[in-house]
Design a protein around this ligand. Structure first.
Ligand code: SF4
Length: 334
């Protein structure tokens, strides 16, 4: 059986045929799975080359208005010590990122915290002067806030839809999926390069839900797309659930590569958390981005999107992983 050919048209236009093709690809294991990954690497080679983009993330605030059941930064978690960085702290760490001479994107991430806005309005124009891409991940915000950040010079924004199932999203994130999708549309309208994606292993998720996730991602035509395995997080309602399925996550990444050939696809730290060498597996499944953590050590344990024992990606780990995959770093433009 040939895994992939022109007749398997996983594309925005071909939803009916794609559903069965994606269901089949999602479940592959063993030799057939390796063929899928090989095809994903070929597509990456043809469309973006064999270079991996490095991002340097600064987790600027762990305050959050929302209450997602899978995240310990949820507002209801009163046991978590909160922090919010000043403009000076962010700019000082940004200099460290610039000085690596290998990282092309500064990635500012926080909970959904509107009190960061004035700080961001101050730092975005300053970060522009460093001549690096500015990527934001700050949650659902009013349309005018997105437009303001874009006007100030931010280049891209990540807002994952997490799951395509509206009932499930409402049940675990307590806000309508429709509103989140509206935000993604505003981000595109504001001119951002937009990233989105899903979580594999949420409660009540079925194989069909995962197929719908992939179809939704294709429909949105994002510039970046990710798939992350669910990580049970202490002090949350879902802390007793098992990890998300590694094979389903890797297969989703490979399918994203086939369907969105030029997209930036990160191999996320959660893969390394659930399986040693997981980020290398992600690169071998077609990913082409690694995110290195620049949040100062004393704050990292407080940024609890995954768990208090998260895997923290260093520059050394990233470079070694890229070398093991036979790829090279995409150097920042000067
Ligand atoms: S996942 Fe994001 S929006 Fe949800 S509680 Fe955590 S930080 Fe807040």
């Amino acid at each position: 059986m040939k895994l992939w050919n022109e007749e398997k048209d996983i594309s925005k236009e071909n939803k009916t045929n794609s559903f069965s093709d994606i269901t089949e690809l999602l479940q592959l294991e063993g030799e057939m799975q390796q063929q899928l990954f090989e095809r994903a690497r070929e597509v990456r080679h043809l469309h973006g080359g064999d270079e991996v983009m490095l991002r340097g993330v600064i987790e600027i605030s762990n305050y959050c208005q929302k209450n997602c059941d899978y995240c310990a930064m949820r507002a209801a978690n009163q046991g978590l010590e909160r922090y919010r960085f000043s403009a000076e702290e962010i700019l000082s760490i940004a200099e460290d990122i610039k000085n690596t001479n290998t990282i092309s994107t500064i990635f500012l991430q926080s909970g959904q915290d509107p009190l960061c806005d004035s700080v961001l309005e101050e730092v975005i124009p300053e970060l522009k002067k460093l001549n690096l891409n500015i990527l934001l991940c700050l949650g659902q915000r009013p349309k005018e806030v997105y437009f303001k950040f874009a006007e100030l010079g931010a280049d891209s924004y990540i807002l994952k839809f997490e799951t395509s199932d509206p009932e499930l999203y409402k049940e675990i994130a307590y806000t309508p999926l429709e509103k989140r999708l509206q935000c993604i549309s505003w981000l595109q309208e504001a001119g951002f390069k937009v990233g989105t994606g899903n979580i594999v292993g949420l409660p009540k998720q079925t194989l069909d839900t995962l197929v719908e996730d992939i179809l939704l991602a294709i429909q949105l035509q994002p510039n970046f797309v990710s798939s992350s395995p669910f990580i049970p997080n202490q002090d949350t309602p879902l802390e007793k659930l098992p990890y998300g399925n590694l094979n389903h996550t890797l297969n989703t990444m490979a399918i994203y590569r086939l369907a969105l050939p030029s997209a930036l696809i990160p191999t996320v730290s959660a893969l390394e958390k659930i399986h040693k060498g997981g980020q290398l597996m992600g690169l071998n499944a077609g990913a082409n981005v690694l995110t290195i953590n620049f949040t100062p050590t004393r704050y990292r344990r407080k940024y609890r999107i995954y768990s208090d024992k998260r895997f923290v990606v260093s520059l050394e780990h990233a470079l070694k992983t890229i070398e093991e995959a036979g790829l090279r770093v995409r150097m920042p433009s000067q």
